[in-house]
Design a binder for this molecule. Structure first.
Ligand code: FES
Length: 488
């Protein structure tokens, strides 16, 4: 085949991709150029590789408050590398501005992201996300569209302070609200606290879902090394955005597609990291959904087996004591990958062009840091999660035992059952509710197929009369059918 034949067979690039179907491709391209030139683009600019940049800024989403600056830096990186950045909007989801629940909207964002990547002409895309459901949605969309993609995280917020205590959203949100419900924190102080729990733009800085996904995108190889943990407010976050833009141009010229990166090895590496960081149980739900988009399945038995071998190595709340900024300055994900090398597939490739093993090898050593533990001195001897089976969850359930009160891990008690979220809201604080601290609270029909999109039912509150009596923890069980298989 001659080189001109090959050129004829090459898939269309840049402005020639994904033409509108008017029955005449030449006319479609002519019309597209006519309209885009209305925005002042030159022919030289329109001949460059096109890099899509998702704009998920919203006044309703302070976790994405730095997105405009990130977009500016991504665009700078794209242009430095000889590409044409094209910003486009998608849905933005914030946890507390999503009625009925953010989970209800995750797949809508995935569809939006996928179809906008598919519909518009882009040779690669930079996905900017952070708040809990946004990164899973973007990964799901990117895998299905299968255009070279690089994930840029908005980054965790800095810690808060109150009366000499360090606060973290949102582990401390529920704890402090629980104290307010118990009458230990009055109205005036809880108002003050509402201004101190989330003191900067960015995502929750404990090892919740957003932080978990920030770590998992590095483990999956779809974000630049070290980029998942940089605080939202730091200059390095802006530089990571510029670097992501630059790298997207390299991806546009023949880099791996999501389907080539998100292999069984990459998902297994992500499961290892999920166990080692004491990550969010939601992380497993989202990982399962992304895997489904890649035509793969997360095996619960394999995840459980990994958890029996891989210790928790990160000392972050809620399993430990520290926060994402501390994890980052201790060496971040590259240092953790280095400690986990024996459990990882080090040949798995990443968007950076480096393998996981090469990234681990280049990790920064921070003298005296104690946030990222060596395997010889783990925070917990086993992984953060285990898979449970039984009549309450015949399809399997996941417990984050690293953050549970050890005394409650083996427990026998009466079941106090709520049939729905509404039933729980109506009765949980009723002084007549027949409940003691030794009972097990069960919330039924609160999974993704029951309640409208799975509210954060793990936060089932302690009944007010028990909270006022000083009870801080009980066995709380959101019971639903298996939550796996909801990816599409
Ligand atoms: Fe956005 Fe926690 S509310 S990450």
């Amino acid at each position: 085949m001659s080189s001109s034949d090959k050129a004829d067979k090459a898939p269309p690039r840049g402005m020639r991709r994904n033409l509108a179907t008017y029955g005449d491709p030449g006319f479609s391209l002519f019309l597209r150029k006519a309209f885009i030139k209305a925005a002042g683009f030159s022919d030289d600019a329109l001949d460059l590789p096109i890099i899509g940049v998702t704009n998920t800024f919203s006044d309703f989403n302070p976790c994405h408050g730095n997105v405009p600056r990130l977009i500016e830096a991504v665009k700078r990186g794209v242009m430095l590398a000889g590409g044409l950045p094209m910003e486009f909007p998608t849905i933005s989801i914030h946890e507390s501005f999503s009625n009925p629940t953010s989970m209800f909207l995750r797949n809508l964002m995935a569809i939006d992201t996928e179809e906008m990547i598919r519909a518009q002409p882009m040779d690669a895309v930079v996905l900017i996300g952070g708040c809990d459901k946004t990164v899973p949605a973007q990964l799901m969309g990117a895998v299905s569209a299968d255009v070279p993609a690089i994930q840029l995280i908005t980054g965790p917020m800095l810690v808060g302070h109150h009366k000499g205590e360090v606060l973290g959203a949102c582990t401390d949100c529920r704890r402090l609200w629980g104290q307010h419900r118990a009458g230990q924190i009055d109205e005036a102080e809880i108002e003050v606290l509402s201004g101190r729990l989330a003191p900067t733009q960015g995502t929750c800085m404990v090892m919740g879902t957003a932080s978990t996904m920030g770590c998992l995108v590095e483990a999956l190889g779809i974000a630049l090394p070290g980029s998942g943990t940089i605080p939202a407010t730091h200059a390095d976050r802006i530089r990571a955005a510029e670097a992501s833009g630059r790298q997207a141009v390299a991806l546009a010229k023949g880099g791996p597609k999501p389907s080539e990166l998100l292999t069984p090895a990459a998902f297994r590496n992500a499961m290892v990291v999920l166990q080692a960081i004491g990550g969010s149980t939601n992380g497993l739900i989202h990982l399962s959904a992304v895997a489904r988009r890649a035509g793969l399945a997360i095996d619960l038995e394999e995840f459980d087996a990994i958890g029996r071998e891989v210790p928790v190595l990160i000392d972050l709340k809620p399993s430990g004591d520290h926060y994402m900024e501390h994890f980052h300055w201790a060496g971040g994900m590259p240092k953790l990958l280095k400690e986990l090398r024996g459990h990882l597939d080090c040949d798995a490739m990443t968007v950076s062009g480096q393998s996981i093993g090469e990234i681990a090898e280049a990790a920064e050593e921070v003298p005296g840091q104690s946030i990222i533990r060596p395997a010889s001195a783990p925070l917990k001897r086993t992984g953060g999660m285990a898979v449970l089976r039984g009549n309450l969850a015949p399809g399997g359930a996941v417990i984050k035992h690293s953050a549970a009160s050890p005394a409650l891990l083996s427990h026998t008690g009466r079941a106090v059952v709520f049939d729905s979220v509404e039933d729980m809201v109506n009765r949980i604080d009723d002084p007549a509710l027949d409940v003691t601290k030794d009972d097990v609270l069960v919330l039924r029909n609160a999974g993704p197929r029951g309640a409208p999109g799975m509210p954060e039912a793990g936060y089932l509150p302690i009944p007010k009369k028990l909270a006022q009596a000083g009870v801080k923890d009980m066995v709380l069980t959101p019971a639903c059918a298996s939550f796996f298989g909801i990816g599409r």
